[in-house]
Design a protein around this ligand. Structure first.
Ligand code: SAM
Length: 271
């Protein structure tokens, strides 16, 4: 099993998935559409979380295509009904054999950032593509999220301190908070062609849906934050700040990168 920090068993998971779906699905679906995904394509959605993007892909490829949605813990995606050509699989992308090969499109959003084995997983995802197939990776760059407005300077400093501590926990679990800015380069190094990337960010005001992501994440690891030196009083002020419309911060910028497996390359093994 992975040491994934925000495991999907915790109660906070549902809230986290609904923020990701609401704030980032419109971006992801635009990016995925740029690959030309259409009727009959075979797609792999890795670490599909709540399952919304797998369902969107299912609608694009129709019954002549197929979509495999994987997750270490697929219980949330399993609550949605889906057509027969969209398959949901409990699957560890680090350790299990790939669920298939020759995919037209492989997509993962906010998964590799958390995996210590992210580079070998990237190579595995490339090997799962047919020649000419697309890999789309979408990852946060957690290193650029300035506070845009705050009731006072103290509030901005508190946010930065709690968030920096949270990022320390991500790193301790083997994650890379700056992975988003590295994705373009590693996709090129992995031999993909036509690599391109777009970055999306928006303002998140206290009390809004986006900023609630910080509430879900910090609630889930509150014990570890306390061990890392965040006091109960600081956490309470942090939570109040997230509900205060006078506090506005930049969202996590999401880098959406896509590239193609070169045509004519030999098929690697799935393991
Ligand atoms: C931050 S969530 C993102 C979920 C979804 N991709 C989205 O963007 O809405 C990360 C997801 O990756 C899954 N995950 C973590 N490690 C994994 C692994 N080794 N294999 C497959 N899925 C994994 C988690 O269970 C979780 O659903």
């Amino acid at each position: 099993m992975s040491d994934y920090l925000f495991d999907n068993v915790a109660a906070e998971t549902e809230g986290r998935f609904s923020v990701l779906e609401e704030r980032y699905d419109p971006v992801s679906t635009r990016q995925l559409a740029l690959t030309g995904v259409t009727s009959g394509w075979r797609c792999l959605e890795v670490g599909g979380g709540g399952g919304s993007l797998g369902d969107w892909l299912g609608a694009q490829v129709g019954p002549d295509g197929e979509v495999t949605v994987t997750d270490l813990e697929p219980r949330w995606a399993a609550t949605r009904s889906r057509p027969a050509h969209v398959r949901l699989l409990r699957h560890d992308i680090v350790r299990d054999p790939l669920p298939g090969r020759d995919y037209d499109l492989v997509h993962a959003r906010l998964v590799l950032l958390h995996l210590p084995e992210r580079l070998s997983v990237l190579r595995r995802l490339v090997s799962a593509l047919r020649p000419g197939g697309w890999l789309v990776l979408e990852e946060f760059d957690c290193g650029w999220m300035p506070v845009l407005a705050a009731p006072d300077e103290e509030a901005a400093k508190l946010f930065e301190r709690v968030h920096a501590t949270l990022m320390g926990l991500v790193e301790r679990a083997g994650g890379d908070p700056l992975w988003g800015r590295r994705v373009f380069g590693v996709m090129r190094q992995a031999g993909l062609t036509d690599v391109t990337a777009t970055t999306y960010a928006e303002a998140w005001a206290g009390g809004g849906t986006g900023i609630a992501l910080h509430r879900h994440n910090t609630d889930q690891v509150a014990g570890a934050l306390a061990e890392a030196g965040i006091t109960d009083e600081e956490l309470a002020r942090f939570r109040a700040l997230l509900a205060d419309p006078a506090f506005v911060m930049n969202s996590y910028p999401m880098v959406s990168a896509r590239g193609r497996r070169p045509a004519g390359t030999t098929q690697a093994t799935t393991r």
